[in-house]
Design a protein around this ligand. Structure first.
Ligand code: 13P
Length: 246
């Protein structure tokens, strides 16, 4: 159980369409209840739904974010991409950057650094994803990988107050497997120690669900969760939040 202020970020990935909007009513009602007094819900739907989500959440405190952005803060000939100003313009307050599903497609730490700078300039809060692969974990490289991702990803960024770190071990995403509690506690501590500002928020992501949340909530240095699959189901998402506090 926790009394801490926690963040619950729903990453819908490439799922959802206009009919998904109906499923949000339950969550909106829940967001106004006493049960979520000490926390914030944030939805990151696909870009096609950001504007509709923004209208839907007009009278509540639920945040909205994009799932990625182009590195350029300028408009330009980049077919198929959107920049941070465009996300902001349709109602986003946050953007996920550096997700492993994009790193796997060639997004480098350097490119991620450019995207983060561009997002901060557009006054978006950044959910900066880091995490090691199974192979890297087996070779005991977790800490060196995380150090490199943080160092290059945040190069020349002085003010980090609008950056949330999201530790998502690649092997835990969509696998149903979560790290051992003692390992997760140590890794989150390792990440926090990289920052002078001890108020840096670190979220955990990877197979979070209403069952394993009772173990995850015991890890007292985590500031919230980045939730994929389970977040598309309103009941499961609400259950995760409720169980974090009970
Ligand atoms: P799952 O919760 O489906 O494992 O996804 C985690 C994730 O990638 C969130 O960004």
């Amino acid at each position: 159980m926790t009394n801490k202020y926690m963040y619950f970020v729903a990453n819908w990935k490439m799922y959802g369409n206009l009919s998904s909007l109906n499923t949000l009513d339950k969550v909106i009602k829940f967001s106004k209840s006493k049960e979520i007094k000490r926390g914030r819900l944030i939805y990151c739907p696909p870009n096609t739904l950001i504007s509709s989500f923004s209208k839907k959440f007009r009278n509540c405190q639920i945040g909205i974010g994009g799932q990625n952005c182009h590195e350029s803060k300028n408009y330009g000939a980049h077919t198929g991409f959107v920049n941070c100003h465009m996300l902001k313009n349709i109602g986003a307050h946050f953007v996920i950057i550096g997700h492993s599903e994009n790193r796997e497609k060639g997004e480098s730490d350097k490119l991620i650094n450019q995207k983060i700078k561009s997002a901060l300039e557009a006054k978006l809060k950044v959910i900066f994803c880091i995490g090691e692969t199974l192979n890297e974990k087996r070779k005991k490289k977790t800490y060196s990988i995380l150090s490199k991702q943080i160092k290059t990803g945040l190069k020349n960024i002085k003010n980090k107050s609008n950056i949330f770190l999201a530790y998502e071990p690649v092997w835990a995403i969509g696998s149903g497997i979560i790290p051992k509690p003692q390992d997760l506690l140590k890794t989150v501590k390792f990440i926090k120690n990289k920052f002078k500002d001890r108020s840096t928020k670190v979220l955990y992501g990877g197979s979070v669900n209403p069952q394993n949340i009772t173990n995850l909530r015991e890890i007292n240095n985590i500031d919230g969760f980045l939730i994929g699959g389970a977040s598309q189901n309103a009941k499961k998402f609400i259950d995760i939040v409720k169980k974090t506090y009970t």
